[in-house]
Design a binder for this molecule. Sequence first.
Ligand SMILES: Cc1cc2nc3c(=O)[nH]c(=O)nc-3n(C[C@H](O)[C@H](O)[C@H](O)COP(=O)(O)OP(=O)(O)OC[C@H]3O[C@@H](n4cnc5c(N)ncnc54)[C@H](O)[C@@H]3O)c2cc1C
Length: 335
Amino acid sequence: MPWESPILSASATIASPETSLSRRFPGSQLRICSLRVTEALAVDLPKDTIKYSSKLVSIEEEAAGFLKLLHLADGTILKTKVLIGCDGVNSVVAKWLGLKKPSLSGRNATRGIVTYNDGHGFDNKFMWFFSKGLRFGVMPCNSNTVYWFATWCPSKQEEEIEENPTKLKEHILSKLGKVPDQARAVVEDTQVDAFVSLPLRYRRPWELVCNNFSRGNVSIAGDALHSMTPDLGQGGCSALEDGVILARCLAEAMSRNPNGEVEDKEEYKRIEKGLEKYAKERRWRSIKLIIASYVVGSIQESKGKVMNYLRDNILADSLVGVLMKISDFDCGTLG
Ligand SMILES: Cc1cc2nc3c(=O)[nH]c(=O)nc-3n(C[C@H](O)[C@H](O)[C@H](O)COP(=O)(O)OP(=O)(O)OC[C@H]3O[C@@H](n4cnc5c(N)ncnc54)[C@H](O)[C@@H]3O)c2cc1C
C-alpha cells in the first residue's frame, strides 16, 4: 500500500488531539527520507561525478579571475568554473561571500529514531504536539521505524543537560505533557545513544536583504543560504527548490552557441548573470521562510499562558494554514 502522509497536529497542554491537518488537507505529503533523496539525485549522474569526503578549507581566485581554486583538507586543489556552497550552517562559502554564521535561536532540537521489529502500530500520520515550551513530533517512516523530534528552549541550568544523554531523555519525557502513551513510548523506547541534540540556528533575514549571496561565479544554497528553525519543515524542501532554480539559471548561462566554443571571459559573464538571476529568485522566498518559521516556532513553543491559550483555541488552525500555504510553492520545471 502506498504511504500517504496526512498530518495530525495536537496540543499536549490539552488531553486530546484537536486539530487534524488531514481533515483540511487530505493526502498532504510532507515527509521525505533524506538518504533516499540523496540516492535518487545521485543515481542519474555519470560515475565519479561526485567526490565524497572533500572538506573545503579555503577558496582562492585563479590569476585570470575566471576559475576558483578550492583547497581541501587533504591538500587537494580543485579548479572550478562555478562554486555553489551547499555546506550547511557552518558554510565556508557563505563566509567567503561575507555572510555571518547563522545566529543561535535559543532553542534546541532533540531527535531520535526507534525501530520496532514487530511493527510500531501507528496509523500513517504525522503527529504533532505542543506543551509548555516544547514542540514534539512523531512520524512513522515505514511500518517498523518511527522518527521523532522535540524542540525546546533550554534555561541556563538546562544547557548542560545536552551533554548527558540519560538526563536529556529524562528531561524530554518530563516535558511531554499529556501526549498519548503510544507517542510517549517512542521516546522511552529510544536508546540513549540514539539521541541527537543540537542548538537551532537561523540566518537573520536582514542579512539576505543587505548582502549579495552571489559574487561572480560563486553562490550558496540550502542551509548555507537560508538556515531556518525547523518549525515549518521547509529547510530541506527549500534546498530542493534552490536546486531546481539554480539548475535552470545555470543551464541557460552555460548553454553554448551551436557554432562552437565560448571564450572563458564570456562564459564567466554568463555564469555571473545566471547566478544573479538565481539570487534574485531566491532572496525573498528565503527571507519569507526564515521569518515564518521563526514566528510559528515562537508561538508553538511559547511558555506564556495567554499565548498558549490563543495558540490552542484561536491560532491552531491559522498556524496549520500558514504551514500548508508556505510549503505549496511551485519552483517550475528544470527545462
Ligand atoms: C529537528 C529538525 C527537523 C527538520 N525537519 C525538516 C523537515 O521536516 N523537512 C525539511 O524539509 N527540512 C527539515 N529540517 C531541515 C533540514 O534538515 C535542513 O534544512 C537540510 O538538511 C539542509 O540541507 P543542506 O544540504 O543545505 O545542509 P546539510 O544537510 O547541513 O548538509 C551540508 C553538507 O555539507 C557538508 N559540509 C559542511 N562543511 C563542509 C566543508 N567545509 N566542505 C565540504 N563539505 C562540507 C556536511 O558534511 C554536509 O554533508 C529539519 C531540521 C531539524 C534540525
